[in-house]
Design a binder for this molecule. Structure first.
Ligand SMILES: *Cc1c(COP(=O)(O)O)cnc(C)c1O
Length: 394
């Protein structure tokens, strides 16, 4: 009896060989530092966590109460249609419940758009410094990626999405275009008229995802949500999340608004109980607590320019931001790495940007006044030895 040569299934590479083509070369999303270990090291409440664009003010008390009450029903499956939350959302947004898709965080939906619409023959377009999840979604679906160059570092909207470049990268084989507005990690935004003009230029067969994870924080006069463009563009999907301004990142709820027909196709792939009952209840209650949202948004609006100014005073180039974070350019890869390490040593977590091809930058969440003060103090200590920031753009 001759034995066929068997692959030895003894490591990740061996199993990757059995995976679908798109998964073979895939690298898992990098969530940043091991915060559990860091909290243990620095003590609870001592670590200054400014690496994940979370909301430092915590959830609405009403959302917390609703979550606690929902726990009494934890032995039941949640509403598979998320009807309660969809009704509140629909009323708020002026759309029908059939136009809403709920996700276990918007991350889940961003991945599923590619599973549904992209593939080896259906390419995905995105901007150079677009959110990392879009590339991951495309790769997982085995879809070719089409990268549009971003604005130059010294442009009016440094490293932001360039609508003309995005329109030019779209070809006959493009099926999906992802665009965050405002964008993570740059914090930059596309003005309302430029976004409307871009959508008007794109063919109907290109599904356009406008990811508005940070929309609640945006207050620039030229920024507007793409929700208003939905009636004109049936190929448009707008995604939102409860993870940022609503401070429910740990519960995982996001949603998409789109044409009811598009939503129905997406529903074919959705896991029936993808959003849990505690999260559904908390999200609906959070949506009703306008006072809390306004407090969070105005606190961020106060702190953001103060932190940006303080970083500029220390020689960084700070990208304009409509979000709850700042992308700071330290003028050199080694300088940024040394600062990041120095901050971490002092219990301050920020986000390194080498994964985005921006090793000279760090992304820093706008914290509370106290957190920002501790960040700046640690930065001053860390840069005593390492400061080589140029204070110049680029
Ligand atoms: C944080 C973020 C999200 C939200 O992710 P969730 O899965 O909803 O927590 C989506 N898009 C961008 C660009 C983000 O930065």
């Amino acid at each position: 009896m001759t034995e066929r040569e068997q692959p030895k299934l003894d490591d990740e590479a061996a199993f990757a060989g059995l995976a679908q083509a798109g998964i073979r070369a895939l690298r898992a999303y990098d969530p940043g530092h091991d915060l559990v270990a860091l909290r243990r090291r620095f003590g609870a409440g001592q670590l200054v966590e400014l690496g994940a664009n979370e909301n430092p003010y915590g959830p609405s008390p009403a959302a917390r109460q609703a979550a606690l009450e929902a726990l009494d029903g934890a032995h039941r499956y949640p509403d598979p249609l998320g009807g309660g939350l969809k009704r509140v959302l629909a009323e708020r947004l002026g759309v029908t419940p059939a136009q809403l898709l709920l996700g276990n965080g918007s991350h889940e939906l961003l991945m599923q758009f590619a599973q549904v619409f992209a593939g080896p023959e259906a390419a995905v377009a995105m901007s150079q410094y677009g959110f990392a999840v879009y590339a991951l979604a495309a790769q997982a679906a085995g879809a070719p990626l089409q990268f549009a160059p971003a604005w130059a570092p010294d442009a009016l909207m440094p490293r932001g999405h360039a609508p003309d470049a995005l329109a030019s990268v779209v070809s006959a084989r493009t099926r999906l275009l992802y665009l965050a507005n405002p964008n993570n990690p740059t914090g930059t935004w596309i003005a309302a008229d430029a976004l409307a003009a871009l959508l008007a230029r794109l063919p109907d067969e290109v599904i356009v995802v406008v990811d508005e994870a940070y929309a609640e924080f945006a207050d620039a006069p030229d920024y507007r949500s793409a929700l208003a463009l939905l009636p004109r563009h049936r190929n448009l999907i707008v995604t939102r999340t409860f993870s940022k301004a609503y401070a429910l990142a740990g519960l995982r709820v996001g949603y998409a608004v789109a044409d009811a027909g598009l939503v129905a196709v997406m529903e074919r792939l959705r896991e029936s109980f993808n959003v849990n009952g505690v999260a559904l209840a908390a999200a609906a209650a959070a949506l009703d607590d306008d006072t809390h949202l306004q407090q969070v948004v105005s606190a961020n609006a106060r702190q953001r320019p103060l932190l940006a100014e303080a970083l500029r005073a220390r020689g960084c180039f700070v990208h304009p931001s409509q979000t709850n974070f700042l992308l700071a350019d330290f003028g050199g890869d080694a300088a940024a790495a040394a600062i990041e390490a120095g901050l971490l040593q002092r219990g301050v977590v920020v986000r390194p940007m080498a994964g985005y091809g921006l090793p000279q930058c760090l992304r820093i969440t706008v914290g509370t006044a106290d957190e920002n003060r501790r960040l700046l103090q640690a930065l001053d200590e860390a840069s005593k030895r390492t400061c080589s920031a140029t204070g110049q753009r680029g």
